[in-house]
Design a protein around this ligand. Structure first.
Ligand SMILES: [Zn+2]
Ligand SMILES: [Zn+2]
Length: 138
């Protein structure tokens, strides 16, 4: 049974709808995610492109290279308020990573993997029972 979920940016210009469940949910503590988000980590829920529909608003892309692999990562944010809505990565074609904090009801999903814990801010506690990786997932 598929269920729809909605989300959007801070200024409400961008809205999206997701159908079905994510393939993967990740919290990433790498330095690039810290810098891009301006906070201690990023959280993303990964769906197939066909599951995600931008229903309103304009997204601006920013592409950069991974410090670790050199492969590209592209984030897309609201062109008005700057909220990062989603990401795509070179290594997962056809997949879209939605920023979990932009979901209207983010607690419908669980963050299943914690990656790059080696660079996590020292004040951040990784849940002891979490699936965690020092660096990227194996
Ligand atoms: Zn906005
Ligand atoms: Zn990261």
């Amino acid at each position: 049974m598929s269920e729809d979920h909605t989300g959007g940016c801070l200024c409400k210009a961008v809205r999206y709808r997701i159908t079905g469940d994510p393939n993967l949910t990740v919290a990433c503590y790498c330095k690039q995610c810290q810098r891009a988000s301006g906070t201690a980590f990023s959280t993303s829920a990964w769906f197939s492109e066909a599951q995600v529909e931008i229903t309103r608003g304009g997204l601006k892309p920013y592409r950069y290279a991974s410090d670790e692999s050199g492969r590209w990562i592209e984030i897309k944010f609201c062109e008005i308020c700057g909220t990062t809505i989603l990401a795509t990565i070179e290594t997962a074609p056809g997949e879209v990573g939605i920023s979990v904090g932009t979901l209207d009801h983010p607690n419908w999903l669980e963050i299943k993997e914690h990656i790059w814990t080696t660079s996590a801010h020292r004040s951040i506690a990784i849940p002891p029972d979490a699936v965690a990786f020092d660096r990227g997932p194996s």
